[in-house]
Write a protein that binds this ligand. Structure first.
Ligand SMILES: Nc1ncnc2c1ncn2[C@@H]1O[C@H](COP(=O)(O)OP(=O)(O)OP(=O)(O)O)[C@@H](O)[C@H]1O
Length: 240
């Protein structure tokens, strides 16, 4: 039985695409404080695993978030608590600013306060997201350009800042979040993200992080999952 620090409990998860099994009988538990690094060859099913966890693709098996199923929580609400940040946000429509407003109005619907309180919550979200992105070297003007016109690294940092800025996710599902960034910016982003998990005040309590970089995995990870042949196994680190 999962304990109170358990955020996600995944049991017997399987996923088939075009008649081909991609994941078979995957089971693991994610606890508060975990940064689970997911590694594996290209095409092994890492992104598919994250999309299953975010309830963005069909799967068999059971996922519980804090003891409740996504359906029980409500899928849109579940997806804000267990938030998938895509590898290529440039495929989103419109501008990042519009995206932020859409997230903001969705979060605001949960608030029962006055119009003024809702407007304040939205402006707080914008300030936080834009502040984070700025700290990672993103110019404010980029929020008002179409996603499709942004560079890979710009759109990656903006999508991450929007995800963190909405301050609603407890589990972040990051699909190669720094793959388009230079080494220096990558370190800055890594530090902010792992800092969120360590902070008592932050909403984010765990991250599942796909990376192809052994070095990055070693810097950020507290646990290591390997996806291979449809199986997801945990690497046990030797005691030092
Ligand atoms: N919608 C889909 N329809 C058919 N096959 C799919 C679909 N989505 C993914 N696949 C296949 O599932 C397999 C796993 O894909 P996935 O994107 O999860 O791999 P990955 O480990 O994240 O790869 P990479 O490291 O290259 O990003 C691949 O063979 C891919 O072609």
């Amino acid at each position: 039985m999962a304990d109170t620090d358990t955020l996600l409990d995944v049991q017997g998860l399987s996923c088939v695409k075009d008649g081909q099994p991609i994941l078979s009988d995957v089971s693991f538990v994610v606890n508060e404080g975990d940064v689970c690094v997911v590694q594996g060859k290209s095409g092994s099913g890492k992104s598919t695993l994250l999309k299953c966890l975010a309830h963005l693709t069909l799967y068999d098996g059971d996922i519980h978030y804090r003891g409740r199923t996504p359906k029980n929580i409500g899928i849109p609400q579940y997806r804000t608590r267990v938030l998938y940040v895509p590898q290529r946000p440039s495929l989103l429509p419109g501008t990042p600013h519009e995206f932020l407003q859409a997230i903001g109005s969705f979060s605001a619907r949960k608030l029962s306060g006055t119009k003024k309180a809702v407007a304040q919550a939205q402006s707080d979200l914008e300030e936080r997201a834009k502040g984070l992105a700025k700290a990672w070297g993103v110019d404010n003007g980029l929020w008002y350009r179409d996603w499709s016109s942004l560079s890979g690294g710009e759109s990656q940092r903006i999508a991450l800042a929007a995800g963190l800025g909405c301050d609603a996710a407890e589990v972040l599902l990051l699909d190669e979040p720094t793959s388009a960034l230079d080494a220096e910016t990558s370190l800055l982003v890594e530090k902010s993200l792992t800092g969120e998990v360590k902070s008592e005040e932050a909403e984010v309590k765990a991250i599942i992080w796909i990376t192809h970089s052994e070095e990055q995995g070693g810097r950020v990870g507290t646990r290591f999952l390997q996806v291979q042949g449809g199986i997801c196994s945990e690497e046990r680190l030797p005691d030092v």
